[in-house]
Design a protein around this ligand. Structure first.
Ligand SMILES: Cc1cc2nc3c(=O)[nH]c(=O)nc-3n(C[C@H](O)[C@H](O)[C@H](O)COP(=O)(O)O)c2cc1C
Length: 330
């Protein structure tokens, strides 16, 4: 079975789709001795190929890529929700996007990673055993994101080489395989999964300093994965208004308002005003709100952007990624 690449530090960089993960960020964390991941979510296969090439130009250190597993097609109507959020789009001077289901170009991106393999691929939102076997066949280790002990058991049964445990504290989308999986705090998830498998475990969710990393390593994780802690780095492509919001003390909450899938972000006006109307319809709501979120980012309006953040966001440093990786290492 392929294994995760040997790395100097027990730190894994979260793949962060939507612009935060740049080739510069992946290369910087890799060169600092952590495991970097290209975020393939939302990219076309061609964009993924270009991003991988851009990382390879910057570093010779191994790195991985993360794919979104397609989610079941559902035809939930987003009409009422669109009416609810329309005044926000008006205020920003944009039209809402066209809601549609898609599979995130899964087959083409998988084909690319099979034709030009990376040492490690991680999967989020599901666990297709045939894709795991195909990736392993070309030499990639496969890590599967799990959010419950049941998902962990299934991923081990499907042949995963490592499990990425995403605790309730984690920033952005829940990687759950079903929309109703209840978020489990990381400490409980780690203890329960540790008791059921010997696979290497990567612990994620709210880890923002060396003490937090030390604790998960002591409790049985082989690695700590961090996303939010890297968002303020100059190499991160997060919007400036997002970076600034992370630095301020603020509550976070899990919400479906921005994309129709549960995700943790800083509580802002959009989240507060639409939480009661939010619906379970991903990726339709993601496409619906996309122009609105982009316009808010252009306008520097943190009240209408998705300010994805884990619970440890106020410890995120405004420092080069390499410095952050070193500061997280126990
Ligand atoms: C801005 C942002 C984008 C994310 N995008 C992805 C993604 O594309 N794929 C994925 O598997 N996880 C994604 N995650 C979740 C991370 O994998 C991980 O669970 C999370 O970063 C851990 O919590 P932390 O942010 O508190 O460190 C994202 C997290 C953030 C903050």
């Amino acid at each position: 079975m392929p294994r995760l690449p040997q790395i100097e530090r027990p730190i894994v960089q979260s793949p962060m789709a939507g612009g935060a993960t740049t080739p510069e960020l992946v290369a910087a964390v890799a060169d600092a001795g952590a495991l970097g991941f290209v975020a393939a979510g939302y990219l076309t296969a061609g964009q993924l190929r270009d991003q991988i090439a851009a990382v390879r130009e910057r570093t010779r250190t191994p790195f991985g890529a993360n794919l979104f597993v397609p989610w079941p097609r559902q035809d939930t109507s987003v009409e009422n929700y669109a009416k609810h959020i329309a005044p926000d789009a008006d205020r920003l001077g944009v039209e809402l996007g066209t809601p549609r289901w898609d599979d995130d170009d899964w087959a083409a991106k998988l084909a690319l990673l099979l034709a030009d393999p990376l040492p490690v691929v991680s999967l989020t939102f599901g666990c297709p055993a045939d894709a795991i076997a195909a990736l392993q066949h070309v030499g990639s280790a496969v890590a599967v994101t799990v959010t419950t002990v049941e998902e962990a058991r299934s991923a081990a049964g499907a042949g995963a080489d490592a499990l990425l445990l995403q605790g309730a504290e984690a920033g952005a989308h829940r990687g759950s395989w079903s929309p109703d999986a209840e978020p489990v705090p990381l400490a409980a998830l780690l203890a329960d999964v540790r008791a059921t498998t010997d696979l290497p475990l990567v612990a994620a969710g709210g880890l923002a300093d060396a003490d937090a990393v030390r604790t998960v390593l002591r409790d049985g994780a082989a690695y700590a994965q961090v996303g939010t802690a890297l968002l303020r780095a100059p190499e991160s492509g997060a919007q400036q208004a997002h970076k600034d919001a992370l630095a301020r003390p603020a509550e976070t909450a899990i919400t479906r308002t921005f994309t129709g899938r549960r995700a943790r972000g800083i509580v802002n006006a959009f989240l507060r005003e639409h939480e009661d109307a939010a619906i379970d319809a991903y990726p339709q709501v993601h496409h619906l709100t996309r122009p609105l979120r982009a316009a808010a980012a252009r306008a520097g309006d943190p009240d209408r952007m998705a300010l994805w953040a884990g619970t440890g966001h106020s410890s995120a440093l405004d420092a080069p990624a390499a410095v952050i990786v070193r500061s997280l290492t126990p």
